[in-house]
Design a protein around this ligand. Structure first.
Ligand SMILES: CC(C)(COP(=O)(O)OP(=O)(O)OC[C@H]1O[C@@H](n2cnc3c(N)ncnc32)[C@H](O)[C@@H]1OP(=O)(O)O)[C@@H](O)C(=O)NCCC(=O)NCCS
Length: 179
């Protein structure tokens, strides 16, 4: 397996991976929504605000994870939100998702990211260090429909302390349906 965060020129196969995987797991409508989200993330986000990690085998992309910036207007820490994540249906349950996320988190730590947040299944994301957090510790850009899925971790030695000010996400996530 090869791990990389080079995605320029490979946007379409990455979008296709997300659309197909979510179609298999959640149905065609959700597959289309997630495919559109990833298209919007990959084509409409300024480079410093986006990181896309992929796992590849024999030239085929088998997994992907998208990280995009969150900014807080009274806090200068570097914060990214993880989502979505997909492992091609035929290869799920082999540990590829956890390895990809571990590789991604190690890379973001080396790049100086302070905090990573995600919004998903606590039982899965706790395997790579995420813990439940409240919206007062880590404000979200919109009121969360499932606050129990709001998770975060510090990538530095520093303890996770409240992020200050109003949260803003990248344009692709700027829609309450995603929150
Ligand atoms: C969720 C997903 C990314 C996990 O990747 P993966 O490579 O299949 O997972 P891993 O092999 O690293 O880990 C598998 C373990 O996680 C567990 N797991 C997988 N999805 C889970 C979930 N939603 N909640 C809790 N546990 C989960 C599995 O039961 C398995 O447990 P085991 O090791 O005790 O058998 C992948 O299954 C996927 O793409 N699913 C469809 C799309 C999706 O739901 N994406 C996440 C939301 S953005």
């Amino acid at each position: 397996m090869e791990w990389s965060n080079a995605f320029k020129g490979r946007e379409q196969p990455i979008i296709d991976l997300f659309a197909a995987t979510f179609t298999d797991s959640e149905g065609a409508e959700e597959g289309a929504v997630v495919g559109d989200l990833v298209r919007h993330q990959l084509t409409g986000t300024p480079a410093p605000d986006l990181d896309v990690f992929v796992a590849e085998e024999e030239g085929a992309i088998v997994a992907g994870a998208v990280f995009s910036r969150l900014t807080y207007d009274r806090d200068d820490r570097s914060v990214f939100v993880l989502g979505p994540v997909a492992v091609v249906t035929a290869r799920q349950g082999e540990g590829i998702g956890q390895q990809l996320l571990q590789h991604a988190l190690d890379t973001l730590r080396r790049k100086g990211v302070d905090v990573v947040v995600t919004y998903g299944a606590p039982a899965y994301y706790s395997r790579v260090g995420f813990k439940p957090v409240t919206e007062s510790l880590i404000p979200a850009p919109y009121r969360l429909q499932h606050p129990e899925g709001w998770l975060a971790q510090s990538l530095t030695e520093a303890e996770l302390t409240p992020l200050m000010g109003k949260a803003r996400c990248v344009e692709a996530f700027n829609n309450p349906v995603f929150w």
